[in-house]
Design a protein around this ligand. Sequence first.
Ligand code: BYC
Length: 316
Amino acid sequence: MTKETSLEDRFQHYVDAENKIEPKDWMPEKYRKTLIRQISQHGHSEVVGMLPEANWLTRAPSLRRKVALLAKVQDEAGHGLYLYSAAETLGADRMDMVKDLLSGKAKYSSIFNYPTPSWADMGAIGWLVDGAAIANQVMLCRTSYGPYARAMVKICKEESFHQRQGYEIMISLANGTPTQRKMAQDALNRWWWPSLMMFGPTDDLSPNSAQSMKWKIKRKSNDELRQEFIDKTVPQAEYLGLSIPDKDLKWNEETKHYEHGEIEWTEFYDVIKGNGKCNKQRLIARNKAHDNGEWIREAANAYAKKQSERKKHQAA
Ligand code: BYC
């Protein structure tokens, strides 16, 4: 048995015994890389995820709606920061991560490459997108890497507020005028399938799942989480009196789960390759925001430099 193999075996036993891995613990290089990949993609998703909703901040229909949406969008920025910090504990460099996002090299969630033409999209995003995010992220509170698991606890609490604010918008629209009801149905029609794609490819086509589950980075498979989300969300749509846009959706009394129609996986792969409706627009907006923030980075760096010079001077 090589030294590396025995270390890997001990690592696996440690994970199997439900211990958390901390930044200074030994870990297989592939475990570290997998986490940096997943956590940085997750961080990028939170940051890019601000854009479709920020589009509606100036046009929210009331002050109350505006305050809630503003708080939600700011929360997403915070989530991005916790996640970048968690990735830094694994040795990733924040500027490298940001550069990879801005150049289009890094992935972020497919869901944020769809447009938000209507106010009802704010309801559908909160209800479905944050609802899907919660289904995925509750399991991540128990992920094996300590800093990621701890970041997820606070993130999940905030996501559940986001889900409720979205569902509340849907309740108002679904119980409003015929035009508002139509807006709600139209938003559900457009966000349903992309929300199911958020969970990633089916288990048989998910290259990273088996190893990530063995290392307890992921606790449930993509298909298991997608099914949980569908089972939870269909009754919520019924309560709203809206129809899920899937003619093959049906309850299976034996399995106690909903069966669903075929997901358009070609659309998913197209979007993650950069060819979705809004991929280009999102990258242009992020690059613009980054460039506009140059002055604040310069000011923060100058302040940090001055503080360290002052400390050196005092110590001398
Ligand atoms: N979009 O082997 P797989 C939010 C990629 S933000 C794009 O199953 P894995 C919110 C995958 O990266 C929600 N790419 O991968 C924010 C891999 O490519 P690479 C974001 C996707 O990692 C603002 C390849 O496909 N949540 O909540 O085992 C407002 C094969 O997939 C997607 C997270 O990031 C996708 N949907 O499982 C509102 C949660 N799916 O890297 C809400 C943390 C898959 O090999 N992440 N790919 O080139 C995870 O749990 C896992 O990374 C995933 C994928 C389940 C997403």
